[in-house]
Design a binder for this molecule. Structure first.
Ligand SMILES: *Cc1c(COP(=O)(O)O)cnc(C)c1O
Length: 951
């Protein structure tokens, strides 16, 4: 046996464990289990056609060689992306720390207080800098955040505007090009008409419901929008401002001139460029619009003992829970990046940010002065970090590139230069040198910074920010390191125990997959750098696309979407473009089974489709006759079916090929939601079941860590007829010959973390990928058997097998007064994160162990659930004073001088032997969701505000 083989590290069960596991399940071999699980007619007959697996050592050598093909230039391109300095303490203790990057979305608040606090800091920082009342805990990038702002403003139109169908949205010509493209993609299907123009000449007619402006403009000019916003407001036109986060340290907060929404990116707060992402987009608005807010909001509440506690506000209701009534489909966001950006503000504090912004500004004015002294014309009258220079661009460009410098080349006679926090006198002189060399001018050397400030009084920041203690306490590295550790200790992540979240595939995120992310060869490439500087990236991304084509059986892949939900939107937009190209402009009906994830209907509506829900039979399968009837009824207008496979019920539906055929026979295309791809890889694939397009959640199946709720990558893979429509980017062309406009801001979305999935596939190879799938199925069926007699599995396949996950029915426990959340909270006392609660069926839990968990861990988990089952049996409706209802139990409670509960302290906190060896203490008791929603507080305000709310 080759013990260097990566699959032996990735897959949990040891070969020697398999026999016992198979015996428990009651099958002779793993192949027999697979045979009994996956319908014969969709099984692949051949091994995946992938290169032989590399060992971890080989891969790391290879990826460093590839990285060396990237040319790390000093990029002053700007356009929403700036080189940033990641504080080492954040890089080492968060970005490179599985305690942070392997955490799940904080639905289980009691074991997620650390990242909830980090996200609350982030929201506070955004509220402070924008001046707005409410911020969410991140969106996917600036472009999509602007599109979300447009959708929100469309949604909150006044009744009269809705009646008059005011559908025009003004977009300033100063908007970033990629933002404009993303806005176009989102506007068209929902009937919004974009009007691009000069905000100084805008006519404010009544057909407009909203507008978006860039602050500062795309080439650096700082405009005072006070009058513009006032005129808009007078006409009931609401205004979104896309703002540069660092500039806001020096510029007037957009709330002060009346903005309704402020969006942007926090990339330059210590996040690597990463050839486009991942970065956290921010979104801030007025409290009045809280119900229409996209994404997740963190809020303050209390626990049952009255202590301060945090949780996702508004009943954790992201928009997509509203299904077809949602105005946004955001699910996975950019939590890890938001945590890092928030920590950047915590570490630098108010003074530090002020220093950085001042220094960036003075570096820019110093550069401007030097260039003006040399005789070049600088055209911005007011700017923060970007100057617009009149110069013979081509002449300059060849010299600059020979010197390892990138500018933004606007046209033959104009460039812009965006300065960032890495720039000092050395960098300024290097820039000036390029001009001198290109135009044979005598050498000057800049020896000191100017003290000019070119921001007019009217747009200067007048309000304070980051006054909260958290931003003014952790400025030494020791203090910062301990603060990060303190928060980390409150959170249960994969480095503590298994997180068996059905549908979310929380598998190993191997260190070798993660290591390259820290290398500036990969981290420090601007997304709009010339392609010849990104050779390593282009090879890696192409290889990954090819690997995903092989895995899905499809012909083309776009890596652009930054989450599964964005993949859904992208895939449906591609289907829409395909129908349009065929002259089928009327095809707008999207069939979606009742059990689908909420993002499916939300995405369909965003793509301009009408959702028709199809029934599920009592076995949890698609009701084929109902589907056939609906497909036939809508055959002239059928656009697509969205189907998850295996189903969200954890079953490989036998009728799947018949289902996809029915759709094709009626003129529709089949969209497969690939969230459950971990049950397919190497054994079957979307092309084989008859789908035309799917998204993959690289942050589920392909090992990108969950990051506490992002980053994600949701590529779409498509059949040949859809390849021409894959999305492009306005700055760097990608996608098909007949491409739809941009889905994300960056050409390849979150290119940096694509390295993780590339490493995963490259190190596993065909054999390792297939064995991973088999072991995922093995682990799920092992749990199912071990729990049988204690819990009933709601749905199974024809031969009574689970797929890679299973739903455990907890509804009968209501007779003992026990709800499914009680089980979720009680699991914390046993050291486990709950499985998925009440999705897709209310009152159930959905367990997905993945292939990475060992049999020892599976046994601990099953022992916990079985022990909890006994506690349920002893519980009664009449007397809710039991360990389930009181869960979770905190250390404080256990060590209090008084103990008045009818069960022992040991029973409360150490109910099984193994727990004492590795006890995890929830840091708060059960949180009160409703209280927090009644008293919405979404920033770290002083405690007095919180007390007031309570009174
Ligand atoms: C996770 C998931 C999605 C959404 O993916 P995101 O990356 O969170 O946007 C869609 N469908 C299903 C079934 C999922 O499990």
């Amino acid at each position: 046996m080759n013990t260097n083989s990566f699959q032996l590290r990735h897959i949990g069960p040891r070969v020697k464990d398999q026999d016992q596991m198979l015996k428990t399940i009651g099958v002779e071999s793993l192949d027999q289990l697979i045979y009994e699980t996956i319908p014969d007619d969709i099984r692949l007959q051949k091994e995946l056609d992938l290169a032989p697996a590399m060992s971890e050592y080989e891969y790391l050598t290879r990826i460093n060689e590839l990285g060396a093909k990237n040319k790390v230039f000093k990029s002053y391109i700007g356009l929403g992306y700036h080189e940033a300095i990641i504080p080492s303490v954040i890089q080492r203790n968060i970005l490179e720390n599985p305690g942070w990057y392997t955490a799940y979305t904080p639905y289980q608040a009691e074991i997620a207080q650390g990242r909830l606090e980090a996200l609350l800091n982030y929201q506070t920082m955004i509220c402070d800098l924008t001046g707005m009342e409410l911020a969410n805990a991140s969106l996917l990038d600036e472009g999509t955040a602007a599109a979300e702002a447009m959708a929100l403003l469309f949604d909150v139109r006044e009744r009269a505007q809705k009646k008059a169908n005011a559908n025009k949205f003004f977009v300033s010509e100063e908007i970033l090009p990629q933002t404009l493209s993303v806005l176009q993609t989102r506007a068209i299907p929902i009937g919004i008409e974009l009007v691009v123009g000069n905000h100084q000449k805008f006519d404010f007619s009544e057909e407009f419901f909203g507008a978006v402006v860039q602050y500062p403009g795309k080439h650096g000019q700082v405009y005072d929008y006070t009058e513009f916003v006032a005129n808009c407001n007078a006409k009931n036109i609401k205004v979104a401002v896309a703002a540069d986060i660092l500039s806001l340290v020096k510029l007037k907060a957009p709330a002060k001139f009346g903005a309704d929404v402020v969006v942007g990116t926090t990339q330059r707060f210590g996040i690597p460029l990463g050839y486009g992402g991942p970065h956290a987009g921010f979104f801030a608005t007025k409290e009045a619009y809280k119900r229409s807010m996209p994404g997740r909001i963190i809020g303050v509440t209390k626990d049952v003992d009255g202590g301060r506690a945090l949780r996702m506000a508004l009943q954790t209701r992201e928009q997509h829970i509203k299904r077809e009534k949602a105005t946004s489909n955001i699910c996975t966001a950019q939590v890890l990046l938001a945590v890092m950006a928030g920590m950047y503000a915590v570490y630098h504090g108010k003074d530090g940010l002020q220093y950085i912004a001042d220094r960036v500004h003075t570096s820019t004015t110093t550069l401007a002065k030097a260039l003006t002294d040399l005789g070049f014309k600088q055209k911005n009258t007011s700017y923060f970090d970007t100057i617009l220079v009149e110069v013979e661009a081509n002449k300059l460009r060849s010299v600059a590139e020979a010197n390892g410098i990138n500018f933004n080349y606007i046209d033959e006679n104009h460039i812009s230069i965006s300065v960032n926090e890495t720039v000092g006198l050395k960098e300024i002189n290097a820039i000036v040198d390029c001009f001198e060399q290109a135009f044979n001018i005598t050498d000057i050397t800049v020896t000191e910074f100017t003290t000019t400030d070119v921001i007019p009084a009217g747009v200067k920041r007048a309000t304070s920010f980051l006054d909260n203690e958290v931003f003014n306490t952790y400025q030494s590295e020791t203090e910062m390191m301990r603060y990060i550790k303190k928060l980390e200790r409150k959170d249960l992540a994969l480095n503590h125990s298994m997180i068996s979240l059905g549908s979310c595939t929380m598998k190993l995120n191997a260190a070798s997959e993660m290591l390259p992310l820290s290398n500036p060869q990969w981290g420090n490439i601007h997304p709009f750098a010339p392609l010849n500087q990104a050779e390593g990236y282009l090879i890696m991304l192409k290889n990954l696309e090819n690997q995903l084509n092989v895995v899905t059986g499809f012909a083309g892949t776009s890596l652009q979407p930054n989450s599964g939900a964005q993949g859904e939107f992208a895939g449906l937009m591609v289907i829409r473009a395909y129908h349009e190209a065929n002259g089928d402009t009327n095809r707008n009906i999207c069939l979606i089974p009742a059990s689908a994830h909420g993002t499916n209907p939300a995405s369909a509506v965003m793509a301009g489709m009408k959702v028709v829900v199809t029934k599920t039979d009592e076995k949890g399968n698609i009701d084929v006759e109902d589907l056939r009837a609906k497909a036939k009824k809508h055959k002239d207008n059928l656009a697509a079916l969205m189907v998850t496979y295996p189903s969200t019920h954890g079953v490989y539906e036998k009728a799947i090929k018949e289902v996809t055929q029915i759709i094709h026979d009626n003129g529709g295309q089949v969209y497969m939601d690939g969230a459950n791809m971990n049950a397919q890889v190497g054994l079957t694939n979307p092309a084989t079941i008859g789908a035309d397009v799917c998204h993959l959640n690289l942050h589920k199946t392909f090992a990108i860590p969950h990051g506490g709720g992002g980053p994600g990558v949701g590529p779409i893979c498509v059949a040949p007829q859809l390849v021409p429509f894959l999305p492009t980017n306005p700055v760097v062309a990608t996608g098909g010959d007949n491409a739809i406009t941009a889905i994300s801001a960056a050409p390849w979305g979150s290119a940096l973390v694509c390295l993780i999935s590339y490493g995963y596939i490259t190190m596993l190879g065909a054999d390792g990928l297939t064995n991973s799938t088999k072991n995922a199925i093995l682990n799920a069926n092992y749990i199912k058997e071990r729990l049988s007699g204690h819990y009933s599995t709601l749905y199974t396949g024809e031969m009574n097998r689970a797929a890679h996950e299973m739903i455990l029915d907890c509804r009968e426990f209501k007779q003992n007064g026990i709800e499914v959340t009680d089980i979720a909270k009680r699991l914390m006392d046993y050291g486990f994160h709950a499985p998925t609660v009440s999705f897709p069926v209310a009152g159930t839990i959905m367990v997905e162990p993945t292939e990475s968990e060992s049999v020892t861990e599976l046994d601990r988990f099953c022992d916990a659930l079985i022990s909890i089952r006994k506690e349920i049996a002893e519980a009664s409706k009449e007397n809710p004073n039991n360990p389930l209802k009181n869960a979770p139990h905190t250390q404080e409670m256990l060590t209090a001088d008084e103990w008045n509960l009818p069960y022992s302290r040991k029973q409360a906190a150490f109910p099984l032997e193994y727990i004492a060896d590795n006890k995890f203490w929830p840091s708060v008791r059960r949180v009160d969701d409703a209280f927090g929603d009644r008293n919405l507080i979404c920033s770290c305000n002083p405690i007095e505000d919180y007390m007031e709310a309570e009174a």
